[in-house]
Ligand binder design. Structure first.
Ligand SMILES: Cc1cc2nc3c(=O)[nH]c(=O)nc-3n(C[C@H](O)[C@H](O)[C@H](O)COP(=O)(O)OP(=O)(O)OC[C@H]3O[C@@H](n4cnc5c(N)ncnc54)[C@H](O)[C@@H]3O)c2cc1C
Length: 231
């Protein structure tokens, strides 16, 4: 039986780049940024937060590129990852449907949609067939399994997998690009699946590195996030 899962998928922050001395990412960015002004002598406890906030607020975002974050995403759909990989400044590694067998099919359901909802299909010849979304998912799984049982390799059988098929991906990119991704993908007009997970990830990074991300405001019901007025 195919598994139907509700969004959002899960994420795990794999790492955030800090200096070799184990300094926090803000100190790394401060060190790089102070090269411009030759003001290393101003480095003191708490100076990194102020300095990085100044850079961010003035729009000197290139300096934020000196630290980066890697995130692993689970139980997101191929549709989701197709959107994510459009971000050209990021690096990705994704589960391969050419090599990994998808006989245990897992699909990401749209929120608020009932897997028991019935649809009427018309078969060639005009015969009507009523099936639920769940039946349709199971039929997809059966088609894939049958092709694999007949000796089709995964890279051939995958042609018949739906775009809602779940997948895993790792993304690494710098903080400036993460800000760009959050701006586009947490916005009210972004697709629900990427928006739901990106808002949760934003919430998490606002705790870890607030100065980089706290100019985004998350809606009370956490359904979207936007840059705060004037920032
Ligand atoms: C709500 C929404 C709807 C969308 N709908 C569609 C759609 O219908 N069809 C579709 O094809 N796509 C669609 N997209 C994807 C969109 O067109 C972008 O491909 C995607 O959002 C990546 O954004 P980007 O190019 O700004 O960012 P990135 O690739 O993340 O790049 C970041 C920034 O770097 C700069 N940059 C990167 N590469 C270049 C370059 N080659 N030249 C100059 N500057 C560069 C730009 O300033 C860019 O904003 C949609 C995106 C959103 C958020």
């Amino acid at each position: 039986m195919a598994r139907l899962i509700k969004p959002p998928g899960k994420f795990e922050i794999l790492g955030i780049l800090v200096g070799l001395d184990g300094k926090n990412p803000l100190q790394l960015i401060e060190l790089a940024g102070r090269t411009a002004y030759q003001s290393y002598h101003k480095i003191s406890p708490g100076s990194a937060e102020k300095f990085v906030k100044m850079l961010r607020d003035r729009g000197h975002e290139s300096v934020l590129e000196h630290s980066s974050m890697s995130v692993q995403l689970f139980n997101v759909s191929r549709g989701f990852t197709h959107q994510l990989v459009r971000h050209r400044l990021a690096s990705f590694t994704q589960e391969s449907t050419r090599y990994v067998d998808k006989r245990e099919l897992t699909l990401v359901l749209p929120p608020r949609r009932d897997p028991e909802e019935e649809i009427e299909l018309t078969l060639p010849g005009g015969r009507k067939l009523n099936i639920t979304i769940e039946d349709w998912a199971n039929l997809n799984e059966q088609v894939y399994r049958e092709l694999r049982n007949r000796g089709w390799v995964p890279e051939d059988a995958r042609q018949f997998l739906p775009i809602g098929t779940s997948t895993q991906i790792v993304i690494t990119t710098n903080f400036r690009e993460w800000r760009h991704i959050f701006k586009l993908r947490c916005a009210p007009d972004a697709h629900w699946e990427i928006r739901l997970i990106m808002v949760q990830l934003l919430k998490e990074v606002q705790k870890l590195v607030p100065v980089i991300f706290d100019d985004f405001k998350i809606a009370e019901d956490e359904s979207y996030a936007v840059r705060k007025e004037g920032s």
